[in-house]
Design a protein. Structure first.
Length: 168
């Protein structure tokens, strides 16, 4: 087993434990912290793949901005005022489905023939210029649509946070 594989498995365990923390945490702020840690694990995978730009974007955009947006929206909607059913009648079904999905992922990871460069061959990192050109030419429409979707979600949270007329 190479050093890269050891680092990969350490990051994988870290990301999985953090993701479990997101799902199993009863406190939304703790879940957000676990979410940031889980996204940090994904950024670690990008670093292993020598895609430093995507690792940075993963941490800054998803780990920072999206997590703050989610927390802000939850705080604006007064989610604490509503009763929360964290563990309902469908929890066993969800647990079985999650375990089946985990088994499928593990089976796919174990049975995949992973690419290994030939002896002495180096993997070329993707240049930032090429990555930026692709994001802002080929993928510009999804990029803009995601921005619009996040703006609509925040606007909806603000509207839900406004006091009702009978509360005044």
């Amino acid at each position: 087993m190479s050093a890269t594989e050891v680092v990969y498995y350490v990051i994988a365990v870290f990301a999985i434990v953090s993701a479990l923390g997101v799902v199993l945490s009863g406190n939304i702020v703790h879940a957000a912290i676990f979410f940031i840690l889980s996204l940090g694990g994904v950024a670690g995978f990008y670093l292993i793949l020598t895609v430093e730009f995507l690792a940075l974007v993963q941490l800054v955009v998803y780990g920072g901005a999206v997590t703050i947006l989610i927390l802000f929206a939850l705080m604006l909607t007064r989610a604490r005022e509503r009763p929360q059913a964290l563990f309902g009648k469908t929890r066993p079904i969800g647990t079985v489905a999650a375990m089946a999905l985990l088994a499928a992922f593990i089976g796919a990871a174990v049975s995949t023939d992973w690419f290994e460069p030939a002896a002495g061959e180096q993997i070329e990192p993707v240049p930032f210029q090429l990555l930026g050109d692709v994001i802002f030419t080929v993928w510009i429409v999804p990029f803009i649509l995601i921005g619009i979707l996040l703006s609509i979600a925040l606007d909806g949270a603000v509207l839900l946070a406004l006091p009702d007329e009978e509360e005044e």
